[in-house]
Design a protein around this ligand. Structure first.
Ligand SMILES: [Zn+2]
Ligand SMILES: [Zn+2]
Length: 277
């Protein structure tokens, strides 16, 4: 597996490259904009072109993590419109900097997926219909209290997407563990991947998020911890990083870092030491 990290873009795209180099990441995940604001700011065409001319020679992949406010099952008409707009703007911006996948949190259950089925299908279709074909929408699993806690939720989203070739999933290790999937042991890890293969299909896993978990198995708490410092433990990352099936896939750190500055050289180095192949 390729070892990536979420890096900041404060000050612009060049910051992402600088931090990525400093922490020796092999792939980068960035926000298209401040994650708690609806407006997608993006960058100037010049800045995008410069970034696109630089990163492919140093990193294997760059992905977007969408803003946190979007919600496919949003309860108000206003929220639904803003969700569509933010996702359309993000997926339109992505190809300008060579980003193929935009990972995002599908949203709250708001009474269940089925009771919002029509709306969810409509939001996904509107987003895909109004964005470049090469831009993919990637559904992230959740820690259990929002859409994506169960693998079946992700299956539903894939099956209800108007263009299956433009969607995929991102699996976060902390979220899977918090949602009750015990990937801390070797047997548990293999059972989980067997379920992913049976329900989702390995080819539909676009990328991973590599985070330890501050809380225990099934706690349904989304709190990331540094690798080896949490309840999930180091071993799980060894199973994942050395599984040949993920050889060309990237996993992105979204950990607090030892100094609370986000993914750092220490966490990247631990993952590299666990990767034996
Ligand atoms: Zn994540
Ligand atoms: Zn999380």
């Amino acid at each position: 597996m390729i070892i990536g990290a979420h890096v900041p873009t404060s000050g612009g795209l060049q910051t992402a490259l600088k931090v990525g180099r400093e922490i020796e990441a092999e792939a980068l995940q960035i926000f298209p904009s401040a994650p708690l604001q609806w407006k997608i700011r993006g960058w100037s065409d010049e800045a995008c072109a410069e970034f696109l001319s630089t990163w492919p020679s140093e990193f294997k992949q760059v992905v977007f993590h969408g803003i946190y406010l979007t919600n496919l099952a949003g309860a108000s008409a206003d929220n639904v419109v803003k969700t569509k707009t933010a996702l359309i703007e993000t997926l339109t911006l992505a190809p300008k900097i060579g980003v193929v996948g935009t990972v995002f949190h599908p949203g709250t259950y708001n009474g269940g997926i089925e009771s919002n089925a029509e709306q969810i299908r409509d939001v996904i279709k509107t987003v895909l219909d109004n964005t470049p074909k090469e831009s993919k929408l990637i559904y992230e699993n959740s820690a259990g209290s929002t859409i994506g806690g169960k693998l079946e939720d992700l299956v539903w989203l894939l099956e209800n997407s108007s263009d299956r070739s433009r969607v995929g999933v991102c699996l976060d290790t902390c979220h899977a563990f918090a949602a009750g999937y015990d990937i801390s042991s070797e047997d548990g890890y293999h059972n989980y991947i067997a379920e992913v293969e049976r329900l989702i299909g390995l080819e539909n896993v676009f990328c991973w998020h590599l985070n330890d978990s501050k809380f225990g198995l099934g706690a349904k708490r989304d709190r990331h911890e540094n690798i080896g410092h949490g309840e999930l433990g180091k071993a799980a990352f060894g199973f994942l990083l050395n599984d040949r099936r993920w050889k060309s896939a990237a996993g992105y750190l979204e950990v607090p870092g030892l100094k609370d500055t986000g993914p750092d050289l220490e966490n990247v180095t631990i993952l590299k030491s666990l990767r034996t192949g």
